[in-house]
Design a protein around this ligand. Structure first.
Ligand code: BES
Ligand code: ZN
Length: 384
């Protein structure tokens, strides 16, 4: 394996770049930065590293930035008996600290249940389920509660939204934390939140002079808070980089653009921004290939999208081809703009959006790239 390191001059920065480094190397290097939440330092470090890799392959790299509002939990929880237990603020909750006795409501938070439990002046605790979060919160407020804790009815944490602002601090907790909240106990509910604008950065790589690419190969490089995002979606990011490396010296390189999208996990912001900012390129694309979660085999490699492209997938590769749209990922805004798209994925693994998302198999990533290249080669050489 090539281990020669050289130094690329990047503005005023001297960055070590492993020339021709492989998927294994990139996985280890990028995972080291931590979760690549849009706007975070780790996201910026990963971006700089990946940009260096595209440049080392002979591509020009540019950044396209975009801004959107986001709700962040800055560290919320509940303190009982001198112990601080973890919780997550529901989006739309007010940021506030209240100390009051706990009122454990038996139920999901209907007006009748709150009345029966006597929650006035207390921190009400209800179960998740049946009612939307906003209804529970509005009912709690109307019943005079000072704060609301929603206990998950499934294993793990809940990251959710009220969908509207409610003038009450509202937290979700796991079942384990919920079991420790007993009526009458004094609790301090701390909801620390921030609502502000976040700036995302798409990385766009192409060979010099490419203005009218036939193909866009993309994948999102951001991840959710707390999840290292090896499969979701460093796997897809490295598929795009590997593909760029494999075609670098071929005619396909001059017919392609490679995009690492940011802001996907907050609602496809990067791909929406790209489609909006590049109408000419988007209009001319013959295909947008999106790689998202291709490093863990839950299902065999599945490629879904536009009928003509899926037909080429089926003819040329061993992948499962499905006509039609599936999954919320960066192909969606392109499909919405009329671009034929293909979505490469291997299903949702058990570590999806969890701290355990630390593994992706380089062989599976390369296999997704093989399938994409076979598909491109199976298409007619020029536009129909
Ligand atoms: N990686 C997922 C999408 C995905 C789903 C890939 C199934 C492969 C198989 C993506 O990052 C994600 O979490 N998307 C959100 C929606 C998005 C608009 C925030 C989802 O699917 O809930
Ligand atoms: Zn993803």
């Amino acid at each position: 394996m090539p281990t020669t390191h050289r130094v690329a001059l990047l503005g005023a920065l001297l960055l070590p770049v492993a020339a021709g480094a492989n998927v294994e190397t990139h996985l280890a290097a990028v995972l080291k930065f931590g979760p690549r939440v849009t706007g975070s330092e780790a996201n910026a470090q990963a971006r700089t590293y990946l940009e260096g890799q595209f440049r080392a392959l002979g591509y020009e790299v540019r950044r396209e930035t975009f801004t959107y509002p986001r709700f962040d939990d800055l560290g919320s929880g509940v303190e009982v008996g001198g112990r601080t237990l973890a919780g997550l603020a529901l989006q739309g909750s007010v940021g506030q600290e209240v100390t009051a006795p706990v009122a454990r409501v038996s139920g999901v938070g209907t007006p009748e249940e709150f009345a029966a439990a006597g929650v006035r002046g207390r921190v009400a605790v209800v179960d998740r389920g049946t009612l939307p979060f906003a209804h529970k919160a509005r009912n709690a407020l109307a019943a005079g509660a000072l704060g609301l804790i929603v206990v998950n009815n499934q294993p793990g944490e809940v990251r959710g939204t009220l969908g509207e602002p409610v003038a009450l601090p509202v937290l979700t907790v796991t079942r384990e934390v919920g079991a420790g909240l007993r009526s009458g106990e004094r609790a301090t509910l701390r909801v620390r939140v921030r609502e502000g604008d976040v700036t995302g950065v798409n990385v766009v790589a192409s060979k010099s002079g490419v203005t009218r690419p036939d193909f866009l190969f993309g994948g999102h490089m951001d991840s959710v808070p707390g999840a290292p995002g090896a499969n979701d979606n460093l796997s897809g990011t490295l598929a795009v980089l590997d593909l760029a490396g494999r075609v670098a010296g071929t005619p396909l390189a001059t017919r392609s653009v490679f995009v690492l999208f940011d802001g996907e996990e907050d609602g496809l912001h990067g791909s929406r921004a790209y489609v909006k900012a590049n109408p000419e390129i988007v209009r001319n694309l013959r295909g947008m290939f999106n790689f998202d979660m291709v490093g863990v085999n839950v299902t065999p490699l599945t490629v879904s999208g536009e009928a003509g492209l899926v037909e080429a997938v089926r003819r040329s590769s061993g992948a499962v081809g499905r006509v039609g749209d599936t999954g919320g990922s960066d192909h969606v805004p392109f499909a919405g703009a009329g671009v034929p798209t293909l979505f490469f994925h291997r299903g949702l693994d058990a570590n999806y959006h969890q701290p355990g998302d630390v593994l992706a198999d380089p062989a599976l990533i390369r296999e997704a790239v093989d399938a994409a290249l076979k598909t491109v080669n199976a298409l007619p050489a020029s536009r129909p």
